[in-house]
Design a protein around this ligand. Sequence first.
Ligand code: SPV
Ligand code: MG
Length: 452
Amino acid sequence: MNLHELGLELDALPRPLVYMCFSTSIIHGGHIAILKKAQQLGTLVVGVLSDEAIASCKYYPIVPFEERKKLFENLNGIYRVVEQDTWSYRDVICQLKPDFIVHGDDWQQGFQQPLRVEVLELLAQPGTPGKLIEFPYSHDEKYAELDNFFLRQSALPDMRRAKLRKLLALKPCLTAIEVHNGITGLIAEQTKVFSEEPNQPKTIAQFDAMWVSSLCDSTAKGKPDIELVDMTSRFNTITEITEVTTKPIIFDGDTGGLNEHFVYTVRSLERMGVSMVIIEDKVGLKKNSLFGTEVKQEQDSIEHFCDKIRAGKKAQRTRDFMICARIESLILEQGVDDALARAQAYVAAGADAIMIHARKHDPAELFEFTDRFRELNHQTPLVAVPTAYSQVTEQELQQHGINIVIYANHLMRAGIPAMQQAAASILKHHRALEAEPLCMPFRDIITMIPEE
Ligand code: SPV
Ligand code: MG
């Protein structure tokens, strides 16, 4: 927040100054009631959360920032409406020095708690004195229904499908986490982490999208990752996930199968609200890429794979759906030149994104590819899967032109050792007591999933 840019001067601000922030896309009676109470405290400045901030923590805002801002600008009794570009109030408190910050008391619990703590700490400092006023949160059913309306709408296939393209336009680098059933979907949906850096505005991190991995979908069913789990079964996994989540889905389509079959897969995925399918340029019996050249794997010809991309693009019914071409040249030790030639051909055939897969710990070859690709093409999103090179940070990947980072198997890999240890402990001790520390408290599991 920059007061100068906003045409405001700290010394000239009418006092007492009251500040409230909103992320809502609609204004209902509950909001009006709290705005009226806030106005009684002094001159009211309303902050409207930026699209980036909302997308970083909630869901892609269906109503864009400018429209949400207008909602408040046209209400009586609001002195100024400003953009708040982080969930943290640090900037607001340090710049505007409000005498009162108003918030619903709901943030005393739940994910916003650390933001409240930060506000209280800042208001306790001599340079930024002020008071936090918390009004009781309205638990009125009709308002709760309205507040959840957009979230629910955003889970419907048309809205969900469109989210990935919108997020790509909003953020330089997205993250996706592997999910293989309802519960891992919920973990992807609900996990949020606050930054811990002292004296910096708190930021919230969460995953932007979910990856339905063929490896983990197969593993969850006790099957090898060789395109053995049929599409009907894989679609059932998607249904399980979509029933309990709202985030966009990137589907691992393996080789895509025969071109004649792939067109049906595209339409089915689109109908289910999947945003992107990634198909890899391999033929024959598919083996997991991380085996590399240890097993027999055959790369598709450029011509044939381009035909598959073209067939898929022709088959899709919506503009939002994306087909990502996955290049296996580095996996199969065919070199960067081959990967680049393929990338250009796949983009020309209509691929909406390129995934470059790599299995070396050293990312040098991967970065040679991404850097050279970016010299030729600034637009097409690049996707990376840092399983073998997990020491590389998202920031480094972004600096090398990557737009989507997929953590492709981590929930599955985290879960299996925990389950193995619990099973072994019970066998060893002939009772479950010793396994308890490995397990979630019983109370938590019966309450973690609320009944609708
Ligand atoms: C998957 O997650 O199924 C993938 C990525 O395709 S990898 O296992 O690295 O091939
Ligand atoms: Mg796979």
